[in-house]
Design a protein around this ligand. Structure first.
Ligand code: GAL
Length: 661
């Protein structure tokens, strides 16, 4: 049985069948023993299925881009959704500060449910007939369950802060006095790190067989540990937590008393994070992981190079440089849209990913008119903010606002004079005079951000490129009489994660293109993690060394120490590179929180867009205005932590609620 096939076909069923969980909180993680439990280990294949079911919590706790209504993906300043979608999913609760202890997203229940599943697996596997499976195999399985227990605790920790540690079965009839409360944050970190170290001993370095891809390895555990210790060294957990009075009342952490969070800066946390990053990188590189750098994959898929304003039709005379730029655009799309079997050695950990809803949410409205006259449409929902658009670098590798060679800010939204003429989805010839801000940018901008007059996927419209006509209410623009829910709020769309081979036809046939996993960990993140550690330690040379690996691969000019100034210090370069490179991959929600910069990036009025969703068929000057996104985004410090479901506090006298909930 293949791991990924199992996860997609049987994951949920197995959890229900094996776990028999009646409620989902950490006190009831382990169900009472059932007679049918013994079947779960009665053959090697069944026991393996039991182990696979332990993995099922990964996507539930750590949603990927396909889950566009999830708060981790859609409450940040990377993208915004139509306000009309605020009844759907949980994204608005975390963007508008309306999450409460009654309605919060019950990640906690899910993670502890899977911790329970892993603990049950570890218990039952001990009872398995030793003749059924080789002891070396059992040793690896146990290490996988242990690594997953650590990972699920980490997922809970980064949402809730200090948490109860669940490493043994709490009997159903245990007296309340035995319930655990939250442990000190640093204690939780040490415990998780230690579990990962122990699990790592018995895991294979990588998985040689493709049907085992996605299962725990030494490299994965080292990467999780590096990320854990980076988070722990970050400002929120290293002196800046804004609630000094918040402590336990009844429950004590060994060695810490009632304290839950340390309020003093400890430089050694960065040393420890750095060491973990070094170890993770060195093992990953020696195991063959490398930044994806295949410039020609698009050609093997019979795709043309994309249209990029100012490159395709600009005054670049060096044909080789032009081709390199356009190939890099395609390459950067494939970083997150290819599999290991396609030669992608960057993705260290990922999951099966087949949910087309996330693609619909990204695709423009009205893509192709079928022969019968009706339209095939996306939702135009996932809209990059102007903040994101301005964070990608210029072709000189600088922020547009800090590049002296770039168009002055006052002219960014004015016409560049580069006119793109194309046949739109209505079969009309349209000419868009591209805005200055959409010209002269770096390859990642063109790889992932889609804008008025630009191209969205090279074969999407009946084998031809779909070009965006964002002011036209009959096609991709705002017209509430045709679409009362769906429209791009900012005037931008994104094609990150969309397979470049996507193609739909007038006959109604089509393809979503190639499958790719949803990414949990890729090597670029490790380089950004270590760059951040070096930056925190003031080691500019080493921080630049790792940033430049990311930049070189993206065909962005490298940085030198001369670029590090008081206006743009090294930590700012690291954070912005991370914003761009990992844009939309589920990191921003946690990054901004651990940097203790919620108010700066997620505050009221901070998210901006074009004036794309107030007038149908707006004149150019109406559309091209820089305005705040008209939804009630707001930041409050209580949003650094998620509330715990009220019942957890009510029934457990050791448990304290997160501050201000
Ligand atoms: C669906 C609706 C789509 C889109 C989507 C957003 O229910 O049919 O048009 O609005 O919700 O999640």
């Amino acid at each position: 049985m293949k791991y990924l096939d199992y996860i997609k076909k049987w994951g949920t069923a197995a959890v229900v069948a094996v776990c028999l969980c009646t409620s989902c909180d950490y006190l009831d993680v382990v169900p009472p023993e059932q007679a049918n439990l013994q079947h779960a280990t009665s053959t090697e294949d069944r026991a393996l299925g039991f182990l696979y079911s332990c993995y099922r919590g990964i996507t539930a706790t750590d949603p990927t881009w396909t889950n566009y209504l999830n708060e981790v993906i859609s409450s940040t300043d990377e993208t915004v959704l139509p306000y009309s979608w605020s009844a759907d999913g949980m994204w608005d609760e975390y963007a508008f500060n309306t999450a409460t202890a009654m309605n919060q997203n019950w990640i906690w229940g899910t993670t502890y449910q899977y911790v329970g599943q892993c603990l049950l697996f570890l218990q039952e596997i001990e009872k398995m007939d030793p003749n059924l499976v080789a002891p070396e195999t059992v040793t690896i399985w146990k290490a996988e369950a242990k690594a997953l227990i650590a990972y699920y605790h980490f997922c809970t920790l980064r949402r809730y802060g200090p948490i109860p540690i669940t490493d043994y079965y709490i009997a159903m009839d245990a007296p309340q006095s035995e319930y655990r409360g939250r442990y000190h944050f640093d204690y939780c970190v040490d415990w998780i790190a230690n579990q990962l170290d122990e699990a790592e001993q018995d895991l294979p370095t990588v998985r040689e067989k493709s049907d085992e891809w996605g299962r725990m390895t030494k490299v994965i555990t080292k990467c999780i540990k590096a990320r854990l210790l980076l988070y722990a060294a970050s400002p929120l957990w290293n002196g800046e937590f804004p609630y000094p009075q918040w402590t336990n009342k009844n429950f004590e952490t060994p060695g810490y008393g009632y304290e839950l969070v340390s309020h003093t800066y400890d430089a050694s946390k960065w040393d420890r994070a750095l060491k973990a990053c070094q170890e993770a990188i060195s093992l990953a590189e020696s195991a063959g992981y490398e930044l994806y750098d295949n410039e020609d994959f698009y050609a093997t898929k019979q795709l043309p190079l994309p249209y990029v304003p100012g490159v395709t039709d600009g005054d670049i005379t060096d044909e080789a440089a032009k081709e390199k730029f356009l190939k890099t655009v395609m390459k950067m799309r494939y970083v997150v849209a290819t599999r290991s079997v396609d030669g992608n050695k960057e993705i260290i950990w990922g999951n099966w990913n087949h949910d087309m809803n996330g693609s619909y949410a990204r695709l423009p409205l009205r893509i192709i008119r079928y022969t019968g006259g009706s339209w095939w449409s996306g939702y135009s929902g996932v809209a990059p903010t102007l903040n994101s658009v301005e964070a990608f670098y210029t072709k000189n590798g600088k922020l547009p606002a800090r590049d002296p060679e770039y168009t002055p800010q006052a002219d960014w939204l004015k016409e560049s004079g580069i006119r793109h003429t194309f046949t739109n989805a209505e079969n009309q010839s349209v000419t868009v005079n591209i805005a200055n801000l959409h010209v002269g940018r770096e390859p990642r901008f063109y790889a992932w951000i889609a804008f008025d007059g630009g191209e969205f996927a090279p074969k999407l419209m009946d084998g031809k490129p779909l070009n965006l006509d964002m002011r036209n209410g009959a096609i991709h623009g705002y017209d509430p009489t045709s679409f009362n829910r769906d429209h791009s709020v900012t005037g931008y769309l994104t094609q990150k994660f969309i397979s470049p081979s996507i193609e739909f036809n007038t006959s109604g046939s089509g393809t979503w293109g190639d499958d790719a996993p949803s990414i949990q960990i890729r090597l670029a993140e490790l380089y950004l993690n270590i760059a951040e550690c070096y930056a925190a330690k003031g080691d500019v040379a080493n921080a630049l060394n790792y940033l430049n690996r990311i930049r070189r691969r993206a065909d962005v000019p490298e940085l030198t120490t001369g670029d590090v100034t008081s206006d743009m210090p090294i930590m700012e370069w690291v954070r912005n590179e991370r914003f761009i490179e990992l844009w939309g991959e589920g990191h921003r929600f946690y990054d901004v929180r651990r940097w203790a910069l919620g108010a700066k990036y997620f505050g009221e009025g901070v998210r901006r867009g074009l004036n794309a969703a107030s007038v149908t068929n707006p004149p150019r000057d109406t559309f091209y205005q820089d305005i705040p996104v008209p939804s009630p985004y707001v930041w409050s410090n209580r949003m650094y932590l998620n509330p715990v479901f009220y019942n957890e506090v009510y029934k457990n006298p050791q448990m304290v609620q997160a501050p201000e909930y």
